[in-house]
Each structure stands twice: as C-alpha cells, then as structure tokens.
Design a protein around this ligand. Structure first.
Ligand code: BG6
Length: 482
C-alpha cells in the first residue's frame, strides 16, 4: 500500500503552550512516532510558542529530552534528526507581537518552500487562555490561508470545552465567528484509542449483533470508567471540575454514543458525528430533585481533601454513578448505567451489555435466569468477552457459564494500541474529523451533565466518603434500583 503521507502538503504545526505537560507527555512523543513511521508530510515544521524564554537550540534540546523519556529504545540520532524540524517563538498569549512574529516566520518558511503551506494551531494551554488565543489568531490574520486555492488552517482544542452549557455555548459562538466548523478539531482523546475506533468496526462490519442491538434483546448497558489512582498534582483543575465533568461529559458519553448509535448510512465523518450527536441528544436528562436523588450517586475518596491544591472542605465528587435512558424507539426503557471514579479497586474502562434471556428459557426453576453478557474492555487488557451457557457433561441438565474471549494484544502482537495522540494528529493533518467532537455533541453532553452537577453543588444528594481502592461505592445501589 502506498504511504498516505506522500500526498500530504507542506505543513507548519504551531503548538501554543509548547513547553507544557501535554507537549511533554503526548505531543512530542506522538509526533516523533509519526515521523518514524513516515506519516508526516515531507515538508514539515513545528513551531513551539510559549512565554518561556528559549532559543531554537534549547527548545530542540527540551523536545529531544521529552521524546527520549517517553519513546523507549528510540535512537538518539533519529531524535536529533527529527528535532531539526522544530523552532521556537517566545511570546505571551495575550500580546499581538508574538503572533506577528509567527506570521513573519510563516512568510519566510513559505518563501523557502515556494508554497502556501497548511497551518495547524494546537492549543496545548489551560482553557482560560482559549478566548485570548482564538481572538489573537483571528485578528492577526493567521487563520486565513495565504492563498484562496492552496493551504488550509486548522485549530485543535483540548478538553475541557467549557465548564458548563453556558460557557461551552459562549466559546462555541466565539469559535463560530472566527472559524468554520471544518477548521475546528475538538479533542476527546478517547476517540483516538484503537479499541474505541474499533467499536464502529465491531458493530458495523459484523452482522451478528446488529439485529439484537435494541430494547427487545438488550436488558441493560453499563459503562465503567475506573481509575485506581487519585488526582495527582491536578488539584486546581480537578477540584473545580469533579469526576462527572472530567470524564463523564466527554469520554464516557462518547463511548455510549458509539455503542448505541444507529448505522450512519455511510461512514463519512459528517454522518458518524451526526449519528453520535443523535444519541447524546436523546439522553434522558434528570432535572428534578427527586430524579437526581434516585438516579444519581456521588462519592469522594478519603484523603481527597488533603491532596495538593484541594479545598479542605471540598464537596467535589471523585466518583459518580448515574442511571439514565435513551429516548428513542430502539432503546426506550433500557437502563444505562454510567460510572466513573478515581481511587477505585482497579483501573478499567469497560462497556457491558447484558442481553435478556430467551423466552421460554431453559432456565433453572426459581433460580437466576441465564443471560448473555458482552464485555467490551477498552483498556487495559483490551479484549472482548461474550459469556454463554453450556450444558455440563452428565445426566443432569445442569448449565455452566463460559466465555468466548478475544484478546487484542495477543491477536495483534507488536502493534501499538496505546498512542491515541498519534492517531489524532494524523487525522488532523489529513483533515478527517471523525475522531473529533462536533459542537452538537459537546452541547448535548453539557445539557445532560449540567443539571446533575448543579443539583449536586446545591447538596441535594449525599456526598459519600469511600476508602481508597475500596469497592464500597460500587456495592451501594442507586435508590432507583433498591
Ligand atoms: C482525562 C482526565 O481526560 O482522561 C483524567 O482529565 C483521566 O482525569 C484521563 O485520568 C484518562 O485518560 P487515559 O487515556 O489515561 O485513560
């Protein structure tokens, strides 16, 4: 197969916040992996932009350290060869001068390449800088292609996109005034994970589940997003956010959308995004105090208030469980459980679909019914398990539960399943928005999450305290289930 990078046009990639955490942990290593696999355009430049006072040589050195710390066994020489594509522009996000300097760099580079190159702006900065940067980029004319026929400009924004529905709408209005939707790439890095991308293939390239993917056959759906660690040094961000905003409004809802969406008809980015949004818009939103008390639950791990930068009397949840429904003929009445938490007994992200037993069922009299379960493990130990019942050898009709299991890593040994950012960056460069969240999806997510968070902030449900690594919250039932 020909290398798709061969057809990629010259591109300048500007990273705003280029000395920060995201650059160090994700962007620099992922760009290097793309380079190693020859998936970057042949003419490619990265310009780091931040307030730190560095020159090109020191920036390259920094990037080289970032890559070598993350990419095991990489060749020093290859890394140095790669960092030659990097240069640095010092500037303040709120001051025009830095952006003007960027514009003159672009002019020089394009002159050297004799093209009007593509420009990519990655906002690897805390969300409070988004507004200023969007304005400055647009006002300084940087987001306008240098020619009507050649070169595009795109902006990439990290989550959180807003803090609630209102702030998301404001940000969206601003973005909408400055850029066209096809220029905006909103990241939810879960969409870049191999196993998350596979949900579409699993559902729409196989014929066995689609006919039973509905309320007649499915009894319940559950998404678990457990992490066995705490908030680390992200106290300032996390304490103002909480678990539901941090992983519920985005990652968990995206998983849900992919699992429950209908066949989009074609697999273009527009159709897929529209279909995902349709699911999120159909979520049953809980507004009344009674509903929120019955259908939601929240907890905070012991010791959370002692974490760095956390308020000593914080009411922020580090765990939640919500039961909801989709208001569509296909899914009406099927309970959906969404659960996320830090300091849980183990780390796992998993979707479980429980099927109804057949009727009449060869089930034990008076005993539990035999149900099949599909467990789709997003991470770690990426796998798909399907439980079924089988007759135990012997004279009695005694059944036992067994498992069909597919282990991703065993099946694709040597393949890299983990680097979501590599796939995301590759998609932006190619102009494929499938793995990015549309404005419709963002707003639908906030419409669902907002009333719950607000009611929690008003204290309408108890904030349970749970011991770190305990399954105490998991064992507690929602009052709707009792
Ligand atoms: C981030 C959240 O979006 O996703 C973190 O802010 C969370 O709190 C992380 O730990 C999980 O991502 P991953 O890829 O490590 O599972």
């Amino acid at each position: 197969m020909s290398n798709p990078a061969i057809n990629l046009l010259p591109t300048i990639f500007v990273i705003l916040g280029a000395t920060g955490d995201l650059m160090q942990k994700k962007l620099a290593p992922s760009l290097f992996r793309l380079y190693e696999q020859k998936e970057l355009p042949a003419l490619f430049q990265v310009v780091g932009f931040s307030r730190d006072s560095l020159d090109d040589a020191r920036f390259r050195h920094l990037v080289s350290d970032m890559i070598r710390a993350k990419v095991k066994g990489c060749s020093k020489q290859k890394v140095e060869e790669f960092t030659r594509f990097f240069s640095y522009q010092q500037g303040l996000f709120e001051e025009r001068a830095g952006y003007e300097n960027l514009a003159s760099r672009f002019g020089m580079q394009d002159g050297e390449w004799k093209v009007c190159s593509n420009k990519l702006f990655y906002l690897a900065v805390p969300p409070q800088f988004y507004r200023t940067i969007f304005y400055q980029l647009a006002e300084s004319g940087l987001t306008k292609p240098c020619s009507p026929t050649e070169g595009w400009t795109r902006v990439i924004v990290e989550k959180p996109f807003g803090k609630d529905l209102q702030t998301a709408q404001e940000l969206d209005r601003l973005l909408g005034r400055l850029f066209r939707e096809e220029q905006i790439y909103r990241i939810d890095h879960y969409l870049g994970k191999e196993t998350v991308q596979n949900i579409l293939a699993f559902r729409f390239a196989n014929s066995f589940f689609e006919p039973i993917w509905n309320r007649e056959a499915v009894e319940s759906i559950e998404i678990k997003f457990w992490e066995d660690f705490g908030i680390g040094d992200r106290g300032i961000f996390y304490d103002g956010s909480g678990a539901l905003r941090d992983v519920g409004q985005n990652h968990i809802l995206q998983l849900l959308a992919l699992f429950l969406m209908s066949n989009p008809g074609d697999f273009t980015p527009e159709s897929i995004r529209k279909e995902r949004a349709r699911v999120l818009k159909a979520l049953r939103v809980w507004r009344s105090v009674k509903d929120i008390q019955q259908m939601t639950m929240r907890g905070q791990y012991q010791g959370y208030r002692l974490e760095k930068d956390v308020d000593a009397s914080s009411q922020t949840e580090t765990y939640f469980r919500i039961e909801t429904f989709l208001q569509t003929p296909r899914w009406q009445g099927v309970p959906i459980y969404l659960e996320g938490g830090k300091q849980m007994p183990e780390s796992k992200v998993e979707v479980t679909v429980v099927f109804r037993h057949s009727a009449p069922c060869l089930c034990p009299e008076g005993g539990a019914h035999y149900k099949n379960t599909l467990r789709y493990r997003v991470q770690p130990q990426e796998a798909i398990h399907l439980s079924f019942w089988i007759k135990k050898p012997g004279a009695q009709m005694e059944l036992e539960e067994k498992d069909f299991a597919f282990d991703y890593r065993a099946a694709f040994e040597g393949h890299d399943l983990s680097d979501a950012y590599k796939r995301l960056l590759f998609s932006v460069i190619r102009g494929d928005q499938t793995l990015f969240v549309s404005t419709e999806e963002i707003l639908a997510g906030w419409k669902f999450v907002d009333p719950i968070v607000r009611a929690w902030e008003e204290g309408v449900t108890e904030l349970h305290e749970y011991a770190q690594k305990s399954d105490m919250m998991v064992k507690m039932k929602l009052s709707a289930d009792v």
